[in-house]
Design a protein around this ligand. Sequence first.
Ligand code: LAC
Ligand code: ZN
Length: 468
Amino acid sequence: MGIDQALLAIDRTCGSGSVLTDADLLASHAHDESEVAPQQPAAVVRVRSTSEVSAVLRAAHEHGVPVVPRGGGTGRVGGAVPVQGAIVLAFERMADVVHIGREDLTAMVEPGVVLGDLHRAVEAEGLFYGPDTNSLDSCRLGGNIGTNAGGPRTLKYGPTRDWVLGMTAVTGDGTVLELGKRTSKGVTGYDLTSLVVGSEGTLAVVTRATVKLVPAPEAVATLLVFVPDLGSAGRAVGAALGEGILPRCVELLDPLALELVRAGAGVPVPDGARAMLLIELDGVERSLETQLERCGEAMLAAGAVEVLVAKDGTERERLWSARRDLSHALRRSARHKLSEDVVVPRTRIPDLLARCATLAERAAIRMPTYGHAGDGNLHVNFLWDDPAKRPQVDAAIRSLFEAVVELGGTLTGEHGIGVLKAPYLPLEQAPELIALQERIKSLFDPRGILNPGKIFPADVRRHFHGAC
Ligand code: LAC
Ligand code: ZN
């Protein structure tokens, strides 16, 4: 069988013990943090180098075996859930920050580096790497690159794509390519680095990346703002961005989301508070004071009932605690949860929230909404207990996506299409555009072995029908 021959070839090249098949390990690599039903891989290979990744892909290409690159397994759309019989590439042994160029403002990293570890390593040098997913203590750079991950700070600092300058990447037949550049500027040839970032492991496996850094901001302040209703929240978001200041984060919790985390909010929620904003400002010490003053006043003018400010690390983390745990807190609050990460133009957030309220009422489910309001990127959640409600939930999700596209938005701001959103891709993209992307994939991966069953609706139906 293809898989046996492929595993034999890998064992021969990468050394005995490189192919792992023990049951617990396979089970722990069968899922990510999404609702996609687990699917057992045939084997896990803990790769140690670019040449090992190339050897695995050459063998898989030759024998027609699917390969799924996996980072920390924290994905929300099934991007790392293997198709039946796949080999999972695991990167714990390629987890070095190889080099930090203080003066060049770049770092060279391996894909297994945990994002929080990269933050700490560059911050120790007085430098800063922008992307800050909420899963930063467990997600890995390779996964961040695969999904073009973002987080609260994306508002000011942009998603992962803005930080990746170049990479070593291995295509579906095992070819090793150097893409992009190691300098902060450069326009030679097509920008294939940007194409691979966010391609969800379907074009190439990244084995090393050069990322951009910037000097660490001298000071940071967090504002926790309680407002009496969503109207004031909308005004407050507009005001926070309309003061000639670009906060690094503007996060919103709607009334239902706030209610669900009230007990774990880290601070008492004042009477009359029905929504919450988290705003973060950074810069040089002196400018921060001015920013804080202007932003605080703008919040009160927008109708805030309370504004709390923290400047030191521990206090700031306390203000963030409810927000950081929100996704898991919502999961604990119902038997079933699905969560989307749609984006609309910022000015259409009130329209989006109004549509969500109608959908929740029509399906008789709870739909707490929170997220990166400054970017127009909201996590709309669907919570329900009775399994019989699933068809209504699916109808509500489709209606949400239709509304998002109609409002000029996009299906996913940071989690990717993966398995879960693939059925809806044609709502946003024309058949010709989907077909062009499929042709691009076949150039990178002629036998279609790289993370099959993701992004493209027909491919997903073939591999995951009924699995989610
Ligand atoms: C968050 C993750 C779910 O923002 O994207 O909490
Ligand atoms: Zn998010």
